[in-house]
Design a protein around this ligand. Sequence first.
Ligand code: SF4
Length: 156
Amino acid sequence: MLKQVNFSIVFQEVPDEVTLAINISNCPNNCVGCHSEFLKEDIGEPLSVESLKDTLTPYKDTITCVAFMGGDNDPVEVQHLAKWVLSNYNGKIKTAWYSGKSHLPKNFDASAFNYVKVGPYISEFGPLNATTTNQRMYRIEPNGEMTDITFRFWKK
Ligand code: SF4
């Protein structure tokens, strides 16, 4: 089960998108130098299609993307919710997933997402906006190919 801790409208987490970013708890990862220790705790409210709809509805004409920030404890459910967003808003609202794992899960369904970020946070390599980062952000193309767009986070 996924639990939602909070959400915010953000502009930098997904390039070119106005994103409703949902922070998900029960993170099973153990990144050294974790920047959000509270997300490892069993806190928040159950995240379901119904609660997602309640959160999303007031912003449906403003946002262009929903980002699931975490959810490595139940990737199948993240995919289920992302597919619901894509089908319920006729593709007008895209989906992104921020995973803290180095690799996508075995049964990863690329058709559920427009963007995916992979990689644990390693403080010495820095976050996505550091050119030294180990993390990668991919745009998932209509044919399922994944294009590395990590450079979009780097200031020129
Ligand atoms: S993915 Fe890593 S940095 Fe993010 S909450 Fe989990 S342990 Fe912390």
